[in-house]
Design a binder for this molecule. Structure first.
Ligand code: NOJ
Length: 538
């Protein structure tokens, strides 16, 4: 028996950009509840909510100051309970983001640690280290933060003298927990139980692979931190513990890990006694070519088969440039955590959108779970010309503007083409400006349009639901001409052929009725370039 998450379609809601219910220009939980019918009509199985916890919002809520409450700008715990029960009433599961690697520098534990001073029990829950050089004036190592600048920040001691340094993989306002300290695991067990008791169906675990650091704090050549993740590393014991906690609860609760490590390392985190799914960055980073997509699919399947876990298929989230822009410019994400791109003049948005349509068919025809990021189903492009004074991403500030950051994929969603803020909010002054170029892509425009991206997503999710071969079929590659990606998926007597045309020339399709296509076929039943189709085989 398959468990629900093994072939589910998850829909990532970025709360601050989804829908604003109270006119303050920031999306909120009530706004999500209001739009649950929209989400249910997409046909997806589950939600993933990015953080909505109390937070100074230095990193859009990934700097949590209280893990068991709701930030007033997003609502209240009662609003969360209402969202959960309304989602469940529609058959939607709800999974939430947990941020275990670091908290906010306003978290009570961190405030207590700074106040308590060198050598205290409070400091032991974080990584406070004496500096090097005269009077400890130099940071303990040369490691840099993912958002730019050093990974160390110095605090004054309680008597006001220059004191120790604390480690932060991300912004200075995001101190890393010391996961070798037993209090930290105990606290996260409490947090897991708090939300599991409330009824959530699962978690997405932020930066899941970085919890244990090499605390020899050795300088490194590339200035990147040493973060062991292999089998012998204590991080796996942490997930085994949390898995046992989750397994105490009924209803197949699940967790998906975020890790940017190589496939073989990622697989370790989803062994049968650890977490359940891993976010597939190999697929996110695939370049527009049959060869690279095939390699991404093969490598992901192979790595997961080895540990018996299903694969996930993902092309967007709130950290990467929108796929329409990526496929329309062949932007290479290799090695990029924060793509500091400006799509600029060489993005062919129209072409990118055609390609993103093809990828919608590909994504939703592969065996495993699928993640869709809100707005992907509308074909939103990245907004890369935000003026400096509206930018929010900490990477922009930590690199003195050299990296423009991720705001361009976090623009509020357009709901009604001719309404204030395109229907996202009752105010024009939204947390990031709603792009005028999004109005024609608004939900109200796409619903009645048989050729819209939204209609394609709805149809494709429905086809996936009615054809088990598309969700958990056996995948076999079929011979294809250069530039084509062709495979068949089969399940209990049903075989569907999938063709994705990455080349420049139209391509023939196998015999059989065409169940789905991302662009119209030409008069001789050929699939145009930048398109995909699914054919039922007899
Ligand atoms: C990954 C999250 O997806 C990203 O948005 C965040 O900035 C970092 N982790 C740090 O929490």
């Amino acid at each position: 028996m398959l468990r629900w998450w093994e072939d589910a379609v998850f829909y990532q809601v970025y709360p601050r950009s989804f829908r604003d219910s109270n006119g303050d220009g920031i999306g909120d939980l009530k706004g999500i509840t209001k739009q649950l019918d929209y989400i249910a009509q997409l046909g997806v199985d589950a939600l993933w909510l990015s953080p909505f916890y109390p937070s100074p919002q230095v990193d859009a809520g990934y700097d949590v100051s209280d893990y068991c409450d709701v930030d007033p700008q997003f609502g209240t715990l009662a609003d969360f309970d209402e969202l959960l029960s309304q989602a469940h009433a529609r058959g939607l599961k709800v999974t939430i983001d947990i941020v275990p690697n670091h908290c906010s520098n306003q978290h009570p534990w961190f405030l207590a640690a700074v106040a308590a001073g060198r050598g205290s029990a409070e400091r032991a829950r974080f990584h406070f280290v004496d500096g090097r050089g005269d009077n400890g004036n130099e940071p303990p190592s040369n490691w840099t933060s993912v958002f730019g600048g050093p990974s160390w920040t110095r605090v004054p001691e309680p008597d006001g003298s220059p004191g120790q340094w604390y480690y932060h993989l991300f912004a200075a306002e995001q101190p890393d927990f010391n996961w070798e300290h037993p209090d930290v695991l105990a606290e996260f067990e409490r947090i897991f139980r708090f939300w599991l008791d409330r009824g959530v169906d699962g978690f997405r675990i932020d930066v899941s692979d970085a919890l244990i650091k090499d605390t020899s704090w050795t300088d490194t050549e590339g200035r990147w931190p040493l973060i062991p993740k292999d089998d012998s590393c204590g991080v796996h014991q942490i997930y085994r513990h949390l898995r046992r906690v989750m397994d105490e609860y009924p209803g197949d609760r699940m967790a998906v890990v975020e890790t940017g490590a190589s496939d073989d390392i990622v697989a370790l985190f989803i062994r049968p006694d650890e977490m359940h799914l891993a976010f597939n960055f190999r697929f996110v980073k695939a370049q527009w070519s049959a060869k690279d997509f095939r390699a991404a699919i093969e490598e992901s399947l192979a790595a997961n088969v080895a540990v018996g876990a299903p694969t996930t298929w993902v092309s967007e989230n709130h950290d990467v440039t929108r796929s329409v822009t990526r496929y329309g410019s062949n932007l290479n994400l290799e090695g990029a955590y924060i793509p500091g791109v400006s799509g600029g003049a060489d993005v062919d948005v129209q072409r990118g959108r055609l390609r993103a349509r093809a990828i919608a068919i590909l994504l939703l025809s592969l065996p495993g779970a699928v993640y869709i990021y809100n707005g992907q189903e509308l074909g939103l492009h990245n907004i890369d010309d935000l003026p400096d004074d509206v930018i929010q991403d900490p990477s922009f500030f930590r690199t003195q503007g050299a990296v423009r950051g991720r705001d361009g994929c976090r623009i509020p969603l357009p709901w009604v083409h001719d309404a204030t803020a395109a229907g996202f909010s009752d105010t024009e002054t939204t947390w990031l400006p709603v792009s005028e170029s999004y109005r024609s892509l608004a939900v109200d425009q796409q619903i009645p349009d048989a050729n819209s991206m939204l209609t394609l997503y709805r149809d494709m999710v429905a086809l996936r639901k009615s054809s088990p071969a598309l969700r958990h079929g056996r995948l076999e590659w079929t011979d294809a001409a250069e530039g084509l990606l062709t495979y068949e998926v089969s399940y209990e007597g049903e075989t569907l052929a999938v063709v994705v045309n990455f080349g420049d020339e139209p391509a023939g399709l196998p015999e059989g009725p065409v169940l789905m296509m991302s662009s119209p076929l030409d008069s001789s039943r050929q699939l145009p370039a930048d398109a995909a189709a699914i054919v039922r085989k007899f």
